[in-house]
Design a protein around this ligand. Structure first.
Ligand code: ZN
Length: 518
């Protein structure tokens, strides 16, 4: 921490002077004073005077009930240490040892049973981690205990194994330091905590992290990744690898990959800097987030809302249930590539949003301008709290003008009917139970193997206010051949125009329509 404070100036955020503080903090008291730990309400207090440690951990079943409306008054006076889980008590000790008086732990600073408090506090989680001095993370009480039972702030423990080896050429033995190649990846990038959706966005915002992951303590800030075996920094050989990237690095790396691949496939020279658009980074973030374990189903959109809020400032775009208004045609083309998935019973987003599905989400890349076959007439979301546009939603619809093609029930991985060579990616394989469905082509997707026609597979649904549709999956048809169905002919490489010979189109001729999807 001293190294970060003294030598990382300009690279890492400064210590000590937060410009914002959470609604509630835990005051551990000063050394020697007799006041028990208690909660303080920060409204009206000067934020600069309250540097704090934010604590991230993996929740488990035998968890403490946490802060409730009925125990808030008691906790403002004293938090009973005996009633706290071991992991929280250890977190308090670590903060004190590091000379921090204030700590933020979600279970003790947010009233989880109160919808009102959750609506207000959850979207501010990004800020909590952005403004903390330090984020202490622990995968379990055991991992915290294992590290802290001999926790030495002087850093004198050495966790490396040394081997003395001599070569054939020289009889003088050399001293080698032996470490597993995946030491960082195992401990930090792929730790159980990193796979937990509730922790996903904390990682993006913390200026510096101290990971307690079992065998040793790891340090991570904007400038340095270190551990007890390598206190001055992990060697580059152990870090320059996609496996060792943290979530933000991974998103950037993954977003760059399709650009590079497209460039190579077109035999063009790769530019010095491959530009990565914020929308591609967002798609990669959604993809990574969707692979996390979601313990609280209703927190799907709130769990990524702080990142969305940051990106909405960056992209100057309107956020609609996990998607972006100006990029909606492309954003609607998310899909699940054969891995298990399901739609939870509890409503959490409209069917056209990836947030309505539990499963690994992929997006088509948005590298070239593509020909669209539908236009967005309207997209509207009903928010649980209108003040939080990236938060929880209670309903929504999108109206698209396009061609609807009736098809028999599609099977997993292929669709039957007029769209030849069509692949079907169901959102929920068990949900395909109707007799007929509809394809709504959205755009042509360029690829190294030719253009694909891509769109949504929909189910008709009768509502009191009229006929609407629900999304059940995505389809993709090989090359431009399927375009004949739409009465389109291909001219040249990229230009498509509407053909005059509509009679020659197959029987199930599509009809142009304004389609409302809920
Ligand atoms: Zn630093």
């Amino acid at each position: 921490m001293c190294c970060c404070a003294q030598t990382h100036t300009g690279m890492c955020p400064a210590f000590q002077r937060p410009s914002w503080i959470p609604t509630r903090l835990i005051d551990l008291g000063t050394r020697g004073a007799d006041t028990p730990p208690h909660i303080i309400l920060t409204d009206g207090l000067p934020s600069q005077a309250f540097p704090y440690v934010a604590f991230s951990y993996l929740p488990n079943d035998d968890e403490h009930q946490g802060l409730c409306e009925f125990n808030l008054d008691d906790m403002l006076t004293a938090i009973s240490l005996e009633d706290l889980p071991v992991i929280f008590r250890r977190a308090f000790n670590i903060a004190s040892e590091l000379q921090y008086r204030y700590v933020w732990i979600d279970a003790l600073c947010v009233i989880r049973e109160s919808d009102e408090d959750m609506l207000k506090e959850v979207p501010m989680m990004g800020k909590v981690f952005q403004h903390c001095d330090l984020n202490v993370t622990a995968t379990s009480a055991d991992s915290l205990l294992a590290c802290t039972s001999k926790f030495d702030l002087g850093g004198s423990r050495n966790r490396a194994t040394f081997l003395k080896l001599s070569s054939r050429q020289s009889r003088i033995p050399w001293l080698y330091q032996a470490v597993p190649q995946d030491v960082w990846c195992d401990a930090v990038v792929q730790s159980p905590l990193a796979r937990y959706a509730g922790y996903f966005q904390d990682q993006f915002f913390s200026p510096r992290k101290l990971h307690f992951v079992g065998k040793q303590v790891f340090w991570e800030c904007g400038t340095l990744k270190a551990c007890e075996a390598f206190p001055r920094g992990l060697p580059a050989q152990l870090l320059q690898d996609p496996l060792n990237d943290n979530v933000a690095e991974k998103a950037l790396r993954l977003a760059r990959m399709p650009s590079e691949w497209m460039m190579r496939s077109r035999k063009q020279k790769l530019p010095a800097e491959v530009a990565v658009s914020w929308i591609e980074v967002w798609h990669q973030i959604v993809g990574l987030y969707s692979q996390c374990i979601q313990l609280d189903s209703s927190a799907k959109l709130p769990g990524i809302s702080s990142i969305a809020s940051e990106i909405s400032t960056l992209g100057q775009d309107k956020y609609v249930a996990g998607m972006w208004r100006s990029n909606l045609i492309n954003d609607l083309l998310w899909y699940i590539d054969g891995t298990p998935s399901h739609r939870p019973d509890d409503y959490r987003a409209p069917s056209w949003s990836w947030a309505s599905v539990e499963g690994t989400i992929h997006h088509l890349t948005n590298l070239n301008t593509c020909r669209n076959f539908a236009t967005v007439l309207d997209a509207h979301i009903f928010l649980a709290d209108p003040a939080i546009p990236t938060g929880k939603v209670t309903g929504g619809f999108v109206i698209l003008r396009g061609f609807l093609i009736k098809i028999p029930a599609p099977k997993f991985s292929y669709i039957r009917g007029p769209l030849t060579a069509g692949c079907f990616y169901p959102d929920d394989r068990d949900g395909i139970t109707d007799e007929h469905y509809f394809c709504l082509p959205l755009r042509l997707q360029p690829s190294a193997f030719g253009d694909y026609l891509c769109g949504l597979v929909l189910r008709q649904k009768s509502e009191p206010w009229g006929l609407v549709y629900e999304r059940v999956g995505m389809f993709r048809c090989l090359r431009g051949d399927s375009l004949h169905i739409l009465g389109q002919k291909k001219y040249g490489l990229d230009a498509y125009v509407v053909s005059e010979e509509l009679e020659n189109v197959v029987d199930s001729r599509p009809f142009a329509s304004d389609v409302t999807i809920v």
